[in-house]
Design a protein around this ligand. Structure first.
Ligand code: SAH
Length: 225
């Protein structure tokens, strides 16, 4: 069974969006992964299909209702569905390449996209949602975060990336940032290519790349070392 993503959102028209093009889009067409959206609005309350309400205790903004979201989740995933249930949330554990790899090797995921001030805490507890953040900044909704997560996962799925090898030396995969890249022309605006890269000495190239990766990581992301 291919990787199966189910996205709960108030904006289903945002999917597959950019994931309908390029490698991910072709893989989606081939059936190498599957994407369903569930419109949260369809489970809203009353004639106006209300999905949000004012925060208990007062304050600004609106909160996605637990009953509405609970119904949407129960419709989307029967309780026997073992896929992880993720809530896109700036309060979540930051997404890492390791988590992306773990997700890519699983059956799929349910992704809940928040809006407004967020979702009623009780639905997070009651439906066992795991909060996942894509970084320390605030988006207006979880949809773009879900697209980011899915893009990172889908490119790892078997058959999706043309050059299977280019996966393993990528930044974070080795615990280091990746070394710099060069291609033709050999000279551009007076800038050459480091001569080791055109020397034909594969051992020397490997050593140079490793040293550059370590230098860049030390300079930019010492926290990774
Ligand atoms: N009031 C909340 C922010 C709500 S932003 C707070 O201060 O924590 C509205 C929705 O956008 C969230 O429910 C979440 O689904 C999504 N979102 C915003 N920033 C995000 C981030 N960095 N990572 C993942 N999802 C995010």
């Amino acid at each position: 069974m291919p990787f199966h993503a189910t996205v709960l959102t108030l904006y289903p028209e945002m999917f597959p969006g950019p994931l309908g093009t390029s490698l991910a889009g072709r893989a989606l067409e081939r059936g190498d992964w599957r994407l369903d959206t569930v419109h949260i609005r369809a489970f809203g309350e009353g004639r106006h299909r209300a999905v949000d309400d004012t925060p208990a205790g007062g304050g600004a903004g609106m909160v996605l209702r637990a009953d509405v979201l609970g119904r949407a989740i129960d419709h989307a995933v029967p309780s026997a569905d073992g896929r992880p249930r993720l809530l896109m949330s700036p309060r979540g554990r930051p997404l890492t390449q390791a988590r992306v790899r773990a997700l890519a090797s699983g059956e799929g995921a349910l992704l809940v996209c928040g809006r407004f001030e967020g979702v009623d805490e009780r639905v997070i507890e009651g439906r066992g949602l795991e909060e996942v953040s894509i970084g320390d900044y605030i988006l207006s909704g979880g949809e773009i975060a879900a697209l980011v997560l899915l893009d990172a996962v889908v490119r790892l799925l078997p058959g999706v990336m043309g050059n299977a090898q280019s996966g393993d030396t990528e930044s974070f995969e080795t615990g280091l940032l990746e070394h710099p890249h060069y291609t033709r022309p050999a000279e551009w605006e007076g800038r050459g290519i480091p001569s080791v890269l055109t020397s034909g000495d594969h051992g020397a190239v490997e050593r140079w790349r490793r040293a550059e990766a370590e230098r860049l990581t030390r300079e930019r992301r010492p926290d990774l070392l």
